[in-house]
Design a protein around this ligand. Structure first.
Ligand code: NI
Length: 171
């Protein structure tokens, strides 16, 4: 197992569109395992392969507090989304220390392959629905801050630049 390096916004590699997984093989098993370990270590509740610079449709999510509910979604597709939306304060391991409100469908039904190469369906609400949609955005090359106004996005980029300058001065 290995900890993977997480790309930080505004890295252009976060905007690559991920390709479908053709076969759930040993490489995908290893990737999913490493992604889960990286997510838990961060710590975070979700991670998309895009964030570790692997441009395949693989997502790991665990919203439990005791790391007991790991979900691996391979080639996920949204089958249905509610018309009702919900606003949630989101954060992202690729955008450290930034949290902001995003409105998304309150409930979704998703279909994906699991690590045994079997399709399964999942209906989600609340945080799990937010996570699934947030991570699937990553697979499309979209970071959650792109749901915010352009003014807010500019502020966030400036804040991140400042943080990076501070971090390099501290070295
Ligand atoms: Ni994210």
């Amino acid at each position: 197992m290995a900890l993977l390096n997480i790309l930080h916004f505004p890295d252009p590699r976060l905007h690559k569109v991920a390709q479908p997984v053709a076969r759930v093989n040993a490489f995908i098993h290893q990737l999913a395992q490493d992604m889960a370990q990286t997510m838990y270590a961060a710590p975070g509740v979700g991670l998309a392969a895009t964030q570790v610079d692997v441009h395949l449709r693989v997502v790991v999510i665990d919203i439990s507090t005791d790391k007991s509910q790991l979900i691996t979604l391979i080639n996920p597709e949204i089958l249905w989304a509610s018309e009702e939306t919900k606003v949630w304060e989101e954060g992202c391991l690729s955008v450290p220390d930034i949290f902001d409100n995003v409105a998304r469908p309150a409930r979704v039904r998703v279909r994906a392959l699991n690590l045994d190469n079997q399709y399964f369906e999942l209906e989600a609400d609340d945080l799990l629905a937010v996570c699934i949609q947030h991570e699937m955005d990553h697979l499309m090359g979209k970071v959650f801050v792109e749901h915010l106004s352009s003014l807010k996005q500019t502020r966030i980029k400036n804040k991140i630049k400042k943080q990076a300058r501070k971090a390099s001065l501290a070295k």
